[in-house]
Design a protein around this ligand. Structure first.
Ligand SMILES: [Zn+2]
Ligand SMILES: [Zn+2]
Length: 196
């Protein structure tokens, strides 16, 4: 019986190289994420064109009182591309329009949701994914796929090593992937993913 021991990896251990569908040419592109768990997390996308980091967007917030009637004025807007010094806002109460200086909070933004499993940085659909009945099988890269495959195919699965207290990637896998009755189908799925 082939044995498999959980190596204690978390999903982010596989984030250094992720195959995605390129937003430009729709071919396979590679996303590399450096320092995936740190504030200094930084990604790049490499294809026939490349991206370094993500686009900056702003959340605009305005909270004040109307200088004419004193009514509360609150506005906010996400996904703003450029910050503005002042914006014109009409008061709901007295209907006077005034200029205000809103606050702009910057954040990095990825691509809009595709409804498919995506990379955790740009949010681009993964290259290696396929539907399996009501579920989706996916992997970031070949190393990830290999690891999943050896786990699913093992007759004997050994627990994570001592000293690993976190939930490992394998412990977080959905039950349908771990269940013996789906083993054949899942393994066939992995083989298909390999050839995508
Ligand atoms: Zn491309
Ligand atoms: Zn007013």
């Amino acid at each position: 019986m082939n044995r498999f021991q959980d190596q204690g990896y978390k999903l982010y251990h596989f984030e250094d190289e992720i195959f995605v569908a390129c937003p430009n040419c729709e071919e396979r592109a590679v996303v590399n994420i450096e320092n995936p768990r740190l504030e200094t997390r930084h990604g790049t996308l490499n294809c026939s064109f490349s991206l370094d980091g993500r686009e900056l967007r702003y959340r605009m917030e305005l909270k004040c009182n109307c200088p004419d009637c004193g009514a509360r004025i609150e506005r906010h807007l996400d996904n703003v591309k450029e910050r503005q010094e002042e914006i014109a806002v009409r008061c709901d109460e007295c209907e006077n329009t005034q200029s205000y200086k809103p606050r702009f909070i910057s954040y990095e933004c990825g691509y809009p949701d595709s409804g498919l499993p995506s990379d955790p940085y740009y949010n681009l659909p993964l290259w290696m994914h396929l539907e399996l009945k009501d579920n989706v099988l996916w992997a970031y890269n070949y190393r990830h796929l290999d690891y999943l495959k050896s786990y699913v195919s093992a007759g004997l699965r050994e627990r994570k090593p001592h000293g690993v207290y976190w939930m490992t990637m394998l412990e977080r896998l959905p039950d349908w992937m771990k269940s013996a009755k789906n083993r054949e189908a899942v393994l066939k799925g992995f083989d298909k993913l390999l050839r995508i």
